[in-house]
Write a protein that binds this ligand. Structure first.
Ligand code: ARG
Length: 460
């Protein structure tokens, strides 16, 4: 007999039984569900809705179920639909009729909203740990590479020289913002929906605030309809997860490029690469590729839930049961990705010489030559045009700007003096960019220090 079976004359069709059951995936919420039920039962005991003895027997019954689930002694039933009714059914089997009092002044609608908030809060805390580990690793790598010269790109064409440290610090900024977004999501989700009931609250004088406090919430939801139908917190998490994956994916894409025979900027550790079943020479950056690939599924999770929610009339609708698989999948994916990317970065070998050589070619110092002229009073647009002609001249001869002699330079403009050669030296080009946020080693070092502080303040 179903827990809700009273008004039914026929049993649920076997196909429907399987179709609407969520226990296969929401059993993952057992801890949260039991924790919420215990707080609810204790509160009912305080109110006198349950006797002290009843509240205690419910509590210890739930405690036993928790232990048995943890030790794999419980077999969930598809027929009992979801984790909420599975736990309630087990409770009643174990402690008798008293178990049937647990659901007083509560609905699965506020119960599932509570469980999902508790789950996300805890898992976001785990994400914070993994993400801050990655940020720390990137900060350490940046520190190690403040003087590792490399070409910077726009349009994937060589643009201006920078350093690998500067490049890593770009990702640090992205991941710090991701951490901020998760922190913000956590703050907004941390209110208790218990007491919203099915959608119109309850006539029992529940101590909503006390239960919220006991469960570590900062407060309670302020509208019972919204309390059971809001999944913004899950969507905010999925959005933050999607943006985080996008950042990981861009970084991984660069590592795929950089480890190619064409770039040879980095060598992936053997432990983080795999081979080919036919081509004996192959060593593929699969880990980086897979992180890039898995980004798609997290975007999919976000879009699945956005689409589930978009047409729902207030308040709860069964469609919302679809929220959990998306959230779980995204959570698993970001955790696995963060876990594997951090050591992959640490283990990767950097070819400093190849990077430095790359920084030199491709006229990456052309802007500096134009700036040199502009500093001597030539209008920048004219300087740009003149250097453009110099680049054309050199590229026809397959040489760099630094390979021309002063005489040749002066043939283009009398403004050129011997100091031009210093101005277009690759190291100088980088060292001279000292503005906040720039690639000069001392500037990057300052930004590393600042970013360490920002990280420290962001962590909760
Ligand atoms: N398994 C449901 C879910 O995940 C729990 C809430 C069901 N409520 C209901 N009235 N059918 O959303």
């Amino acid at each position: 007999m179903k827990l809700w079976g009273g008004r039914f004359e026929k049993t649920t069709d076997a196909l429907v039984e399987d179709f609407h059951s969520s226990i296969s995936f929401d059993q993952r919420l057992y801890k949260e569900d039991i924790r919420g039920s215990m707080a609810h039962a204790r509160m009912l005991g305080r109110l006198g809705v349950l006797t002290v003895g009843e509240a205690e027997s419910i509590s210890s019954g739930l405690q036993g179920i928790l232990q048995d689930i943890q030790t794999g002694k419980v077999e969930f039933e598809v027929g009992a639909e979801d984790i909420h009714m599975n736990v309630e059914k087990l409770l009643t089997e174990r402690i008798g009729t008293v178990g049937k009092k647990l659901h007083t002044a509560r609905s699965r609608n506020d119960q599932v909203a509570l469980d999902l908030r508790l789950y996300l809060r805890e898992e976001i805390d785990n994400t914070k740990d993994l993400l801050s580990d990655l940020i720390r690793t990137l900060l350490n790598l940046a520190e190690e590479h403040v003087e590792t010269w490399m070409p910077g790109y726009t349009h994937l064409q060589k643009a201006q020289p920078i350093t690998l440290g500067h490049h890593f610090m770009a990702y640090v900024q992205m991941f710090l913002r991701d951490l901020g977004r998760l922190k913000d999501t956590r703050k907004r989700l941390n209110v208790s929906p218990l007491g919203s009931g099915a959608m119109a609250g309850t006539t029992f004088p529940l101590e909503r605030e006390a239960v919220a406090q006991e469960l570590g919430f900062d407060g309670v939801t302020l509208n019972s309809l919204d309390g059971v139908s809001d999944r913004d917190f899950a969507l905010e998490f999925l959005s933050a997860a999607s943006i985080l994956m996008m950042h990981l994916s861009r970084m991984c894409e660069e590592l795929v490029l950089w480890s190619s025979g064409e770039f040879q900027f980095v060598v992936m550790d053997d432990g983080y690469s795999t081979g080919s079943s036919i081509m004996p020479q192959k060593k593929n950056p699969d880990v980086a590729e897979l992180v890039r690939g898995k980004t798609g599924r997290v975007y999919g999770d976000l879009f699945a839930l956005l689409t589930v929610m978009k047409g729902l009339p207030l308040a709860y609708n069964k469609d919302m049961q679809e929220d959990k698989e998306s959230v779980f999948d995204a959570m698993d994916t970001i955790h696995k990705s963060l876990l594997v990317v951090e050591p992959m970065l640490k283990m990767m070998q950097v070819n400093r010489e190849v990077m430095a050589a790359g920084a030199k070619g491709g006229f990456t110092n052309a802007t500096d030559l134009a700036d040199y002229l502009a500093k001597k009073g030539v209008p920048f647009r004219e300087a740009h045009e003149l250097v453009g002609r110099l680049v054309l001249h050199c590229s026809k001869q397959h040489i760099g700007l630094e390979d021309l002699n002063l005489e040749e330079y002066q043939g283009f403009s009398p403004v050129f003096q011997p100091d031009l050669f210093q101005a277009i030296g690759i190291e100088h080009c980088v060292r001279a960019r000292r503005l906040t946020g720039g690639p000069a080693p001392e500037t990057v070092s300052a930004s590393i220090r600042q970013s360490r502080d920002i990280l420290q303040n962001l962590i909760w």
